[in-house]
Design a protein around this ligand. Structure first.
Ligand code: FE
Length: 212
């Protein structure tokens, strides 16, 4: 039987790193163009892709699920279709599975073998997500990892860890914070962080909303 290189990884990893560096190359090309023209600070640009441009899509998905029960049902049943309905689809996001954080269950996403990540909804993965310590410790000691992100869970909360693959990417639907009931989906989208959709943090209301 002859098998190609794509079968080397037992759980369907399809040399995600190769494709990632492909994207990184394109980002770098754009970067150097803008830097040459004196338009941007390169570090700030990468930061923007990791924390703002990409995750904003996921944040809109979350905010809609928080404000539209039918959409939430659909999202949990068929993540790929519900996410594509908002216009977010494409490479590294073909098969999406959305997991819901509740008072009883906290979900955390990792890729133990490389860096599989749902690009259409979260953008580029942060450096720590690709690091060996996160990839191993998220499985061995998820509560310890969560604590390092400042996330303390009660002992009776069940922690579920999801290992991403080339075929299946996970998005965490964080718990909607109490308060801020009057906030619109657009306003709610602004408080949903990238880290909350990986599952390392919870979503908090801004101080002015929490006090209201
Ligand atoms: Fe991977």
């Amino acid at each position: 039987m002859s098998e190609g290189r794509g079968n080397e990884h037992g759980h369907g990893h399809d040399h995600d790193q190769d494709r990632l560096s492909d994207t990184e190359l394109r980002v770098r090309a754009l970067e150097s163009l803008l830097v040459d023209k004196g338009m941007v600070d390169p570090a700030a640009l990468v930061e923007t892709y990791e924390t703002k441009v990409g995750p904003r899509n996921g944040a809109r998905v979350v905010a809609r699920a928080w404000t539209d029960p039918d959409y939430k049902d659909w999202l949990l049943r068929d993540g790929s279709a519900a996410i594509a309905d908002l216009g977010y689809h494409g490479r590294q996001g073909e098969n999406m599975y959305v997991v819901e954080n509740t008072a009883e269950v906290h979900n955390l996403v990792v890729c133990t073998l490389c860096s599989c990540y749902p690009w259409p909804v979260l953008g580029l993965p942060p450096v720590w997500y690709k690091s060996a310590p996160y990839r191993s410790r998220a499985v061995i000691d998820p509560r310890g990892v969560l604590r390092e992100f400042g996330t303390e869970l009660a002992d009776d909360v069940e922690v579920r860890v999801w290992d991403s693959t080339a075929e299946l990417r996970y998005l965490v639907l964080p718990e909607r914070p109490a308060g801020g009931e009057h906030m619109t989906a657009e306003e709610l989208a602004t408080i949903v962080t990238r880290n909350s959709m990986i599952g390392v943090e919870k979503v908090a209301l801004p101080a002015r909303e929490a006090a209201a």
